[in-house]
Design a protein around this ligand. Structure first.
Ligand code: NAP
Ligand code: HSE
Length: 431
């Protein structure tokens, strides 16, 4: 049987999983690729660190040039996180004739145009299934299987770490900080976990999906985003009481030729499919004009689910399938964007508000008067007992549909009332 020499750069959480699949299940990969994928080298920074996999002698190296300058190595799984030196390594691999598989969404969201242009110029391929939603094959589905459709909307839970934390907050009332440490220990979080919990990682993934599904040229930094890092467990509790769960949702909704993009914690109705996505799992609800609604669900982070996507890409690259898709998709090419993105202010939704107010007569009337002045219609109001006998009561309000801009202005006005004790919280409600 023919042999294709492959390499891995970065043998951390994902890279070790890839090595395990290649070494322990070589028969499986050979059957699907019609050739042996031979692991020639695995590059790390620190040769002394313990690894989650056993490598044959001579495979481990701390010299990236052992891969870049070896003309026999054809396919490289590039599993180093962050922007630099990841970008330089990727460019050098392409320039030395390698096809590259990556899981690094930060790199693609930031330098996609440069990297994809360079790969096209050199006749090389970049495959990146693992960069969005870990083990869920969402890139292949959107770019190939659904190509007869105009995608109308994508609503996704795209960050496993945030979802793991939210699940523990909801089910166990756990505090945010304690659960983040657990997510890091389990290998779900980024090297810089701030990217997971402040919505950046989900925005980077949404930018990639929006590009594939809508031809949008959104810079991930321009996508309005909030994370779960400022979420109060109080809101998780009140949402639960009202029959909702809070999820960090990445949303792309197409209206005509404008696209709304947003990443923020939102209330979703309990027992709806998105509400039932728990732990490190991800999900994406896709609506296509021909196919209708589809729901993808699976592990969005972690060693073996992510390695599953990387190795499938390595097989596709080795047999030449990925090159065809890569050429026809014209990813991040100079083609004009097909849609414009909608300013967040104009995005329409129902909202959840929580104001912390003095428990005095007339305060509720002052708050509702300001909402009325902003043309915001109230669907329900819930007032709780004062917290810790402080005399401050949480006032929870659900609105009918309005705009983000109207809600933001109303909250600003509410926060100026003398009876309001802290900044009013507002979140989207996605039924
Ligand atoms: P990780 O555990 O931190 O591993 C990174 C690896 O890269 C380490 O083995 C490190 O070597 C190596 N490395 C760093 N700089 C290097 C350099 N200059 N030269 C050679 N090797 C270098 O990261 P990870 O969790 O596997 O994530 C890798 C990528 O996959 C990231 O882009 C991440 O966003 C993405 N991703 C991760 C997951 C997940 O669940 N973890 C899921 C989907 C996508 P040492 O071990 O010697 O330090
Ligand atoms: N840190 C990411 C997450 C890994 O938690 O979803 C998968 O991209």
């Amino acid at each position: 049987m023919e042999t294709t020499k492959v390499a891995i750069i970065g043998l951390g959480t994902v890279g070790s999983g890839v090595a395990r699949l290649l070494l322990d299940h070589g028969d499986r990969t050979a059957r699907h690729a019609g050739r042996i994928l031979w692991l020639e080298k695995a590059v790390v920074r620190d040769l002394k660190k313990p690894r989650y996999c056993e490598l044959p002698s001579g495979v481990l190296t701390d010299q990236v040039d052992d891969v870049i300058l070896d003309p026999g190595i054809k396919v490289v799984a590039h599993l180093v996180g962050g922007l630099e030196p990841a970008r330089t390594i990727m460019l050098r691999l392409l320039e030395h004739g390698k096809d590259v598989v990556t899981a690094n969404k930060a790199l693609l969201a930031e330098h996609g145009p440069e990297l994809f242009d360079r790969a096209r110029e050199l006749g090389r391929t970049i495959a990146f299934e693992a960069s969005v939603a870990g083990g869920i094959p969402i890139i292949a589905n959107i770019s190939q299987c659904l190509s007869a459709n105009q995608i109308q909307s994508l609503h996704g839970i795209l960050n496993g770490t945030s979802n793991f934390i939210l699940t523990k907050m909801h089910d166990e009332g756990a505090s945010y900080g304690a659960v983040l440490a657990e997510a890091q220990r389990l290998g779900y979080a980024e090297a810089n976990p701030a990217m997971d919990v402040d919505g950046s990682d989900a925005a980077q993934k949404l930018a990639i999906l929006a590009h594939l599904a809508f031809g949008a040229r959104a810079d991930w930094q321009d996508i309005p985003r909030k994370g779960i890092d400022t979420l109060d467990v109080l809101d998780v509790r009140y949402a639960k009481e009202m029959g909702y769960r809070i999820k960090l949702l990445a949303v792309a909704d197409l209206e005509g030729d404008t696209l709304e993009l947003d990443v923020s914690p939102a209330l979703v109705r309990a027992r709806s499919p998105l509400a039932e996505v728990n732990g490190p799992f991800n999900a994406i609800r896709v609506e296509g004009d021909a196919v209708g609604p589809l729901f993808f669900h699976g592990q969005g982070a972690g060693q073996m689910p992510t390695a599953s996507a990387v190795v499938a890409d390595m097989i596709d690259v080795a047999v030449g399938r990925a090159a065809i898709t890569f050429r026809t998709l014209e990813l991040w090419s100079n083609r004009k964007a097909r849609v414009t993105t909608l300013p967040d202010d104009d995005a329409r939704a129902k909202f959840y508000l929580r104001c912390m107010v003095d428990d005095h007569p007339g305060v509720l009337a002052q708050v509702t008067a300001l909402l009325g002045a902003g043309e915001i219609s109230i669907a329900s109001v819930l007032q709780h007992e004062p917290l810790d006998g402080s005399g401050v009561v949480p006032l929870v309000i659900m609105t009918h549909e309005t705009t983000e801009g109207a809600i933001a202005r109303a909250c600003e006005a509410i926060d100026k009332l003398p009876a309001v004790r802290s900044k009013t919280v507002h979140m989207w409600v996605r039924d």
